[in-house]
Design a protein around this ligand. Structure first.
Ligand code: AHR
Length: 497
């Protein structure tokens, strides 16, 4: 395979908003308990947070973190999660059929975010609750002092307000699995009234209304239109959620998963703009891709890991990712960046143990999954502005998407340097020439790749470093043209100074 890529300094998609490198922590399985929080662990701090996990989250480079769900939020009573720990009620979580001890809540999680240097993105419960609970949580979290709930926060030990800027108006309210799920019309009305009330308290909040739980939902498109017709003037973002997996051994289609993400984004942008234009609004709704990842959902649904028992922090949704999964994930990040003019916030779902880049063993190690690498490198190297390259490359046939380009790429640039992120979806190596002459770059500063002879190689507790980044050998910059050879089924990044 050969490919020619042209990066034009003038083809700017958008300046990089660090919120595109967000993640997600849900009270689900071992994400919080035995994940970020394990009081008895040798690395635990006084709050019970594992500092080895904190170090990996920092290395991953995740910015804004969505919390506390997910499906969990649709039964969440935030008051249960604050105050003296020994007095917090133990509750049933219907979403994951688990026991919630409430030992980690809003205040502890905010303290954890200070350790990782991340921003909190909070979701309110519009499944079993509504406007009043949302306003109360907002007052508790953001009001400085002198009111019942802000003083309660201070009495609980958090003097400074959490000052949460981004708020999700419920979660996946289009999904029949959601506690309290609704029709688009009913949800649109509730979301509009909740948003209006929250913005009366603070007009600078950034509010995310629920879009579709996936592009294959039967209501996809209509849901966004109806919900935005009700909420357009009150909200800033509409959410998108998408999970991908290899099905039936069809690796070729799986490697082209980002084509679905592209279709998803284009559909939501067109729908949002249709509503906005009809309303003659000058405002453009942004997309918050606040759940995206690889998830072997079919296999989990066929298993009995979510069952009739009531357990604390059971092992649920603990996917172990392969090299192929990491290549797809890297390609999804390329797609998010290519659409960064409209997708200005995104959350990799999730962060620890539950469909996660980071795994932990109770009392033991924390390690990086294969998918950790493309995320951390992209978050570290993508700086300044995103540039949309022109890519001349052949295609291959896939059962699901038809013809798919063999190579995909995106570039970023700022005064300190540039970077190119590339994927080779093909089974053969690809010789790629990248014309960077419109950027002022003088040398290759770093060139890494993620690939393996075995595309299904994984990191496990027993073999934590089986898969790691490799040097991308032979990356040469000459007269503004970068030449690289991308290994078969690989994700790569080249930083240029
Ligand atoms: O991330 C796992 C689950 O996926 C979330 O709880 C839900 O919002 C989605 O269906």
């Amino acid at each position: 395979t050969t490919a020619r890529i042209t990066v034009d300094r003038n083809e700017v998609v958008a300046p990089i908003n660090r919120r595109i490198f967000g993640s997600f922590v849900e009270h689900l399985g071992r994400c919080v308990y035995d994940g970020i929080y394990e009081p008895g662990h040798p690395t635990a701090n006084e709050d019970g947070f594992r500092l080895d996990v904190v170090e990996l989250v920092k290395e991953l480079g995740s910015t804004t973190i969505r919390y506390p769900g997910g499906n969990f939020v649709s039964g969440f009573r935030w008051e249960d999660s604050v105050g003296p720990r020994d007095q917090r009620p133990v509750r049933r979580d219907l979403a994951w059929h688990s026991i919630e001890t409430n030992q980690v809540g809003v205040d502890e999680f905010s303290r954890w975010l200070k350790l990782t240097g991340s921003e909190l993105m909070m979701a309110v419960n519009l499944g079993t609750r509504g406007i009043e609970a949302a306003l109360d949580l907002l007052e508790y979290s953001n009001h400085p002092s002198g009111t019942a709930l802000s003083d309660q926060r201070i009495a609980n030990g958090t003097v400074e307000p959490h000052d949460i800027r981004m708020w999700c108006l419920g979660n996946e309210m289009d999904g029949p699995w959601q506690t309290g799920y609704m029709t688009a019309d009913d949800y649109g009305k509730l979301a509009a009234r909740t948003a209006q009330a929250m913005k009366t308290a603070d007009r600078n909040l950034e509010l995310v209304v629920c879009g579709s739980s996936g592009s294959s939902m039967p209501t996809f498109g209509d849901w966004e239109r109806t919900v935005l017709e009700h909420t357009y003037q009150h909200v800033d973002y509409i959410s998108c959620h998408a999970y991908y997996q290899e099905r039936g051994g069809d690796l070729d289609s799986y490697l082209a998963s980002s084509l679905d993400m592209q279709y998803f984004i284009e559909t939501v942008v067109a729908t949002a703009d249709h509503v906005g234009n009809k309303l003659k609004s000058k405002k453009k709704i942004q997309l918050s891709f606040d759940e995206w990842n690889i998830w072997y959902l079919d296999e989990h649904q066929a298993s009995d890991e979510v069952n009739d028992e009531w357990r604390v922090a059971p092992r649920q949704l603990e996917d172990v990712y392969s090299v192929a999964d990491a290549v797809v994930l890297g390609n999804l990040m390329i797609t998010l960046l290519k659409n960064h003019d409209r997708v200005t916030s995104a959350s990799l779902a999730q962060l620890v143990n539950v469909i996660a880049p980071i795994m932990t063993e109770p009392g033991g190690d924390a390690w990086r999954q294969t998918t950790f690498f493309p995320f951390s490198v992209t978050s570290r190297l993508a700086r300044g502005e995103v540039l949309r390259p022109r890519i001349d490359v052949g295609t291959y046939e896939t059962k699901v998407y038809g013809a798919a380009p063999l190579v995909d790429a995106v570039a970023t640039t700022d005064a300190d340097g540039s970077a190119v992120f590339l994927v080779n979806r093909g089974r053969e190596a690809a010789q790629v020439q990248i014309d960077l002459s419109s950027l002022s770059v003088a040398e290759v500063a770093e060139a890494v790749t993620l690939w393996d002879d075995d595309v299904y190689a994984k990191n496990t507790l027993a073999d934590q470093n089986r898969v790691d980044l490799k040097q991308l050998d032979g990356a040469v910059l000459e007269d503004g043209v970068l030449t690289v050879t991308l290994p078969p089924v690989s994700w790569s990044a080249v930083a240029l100074a």
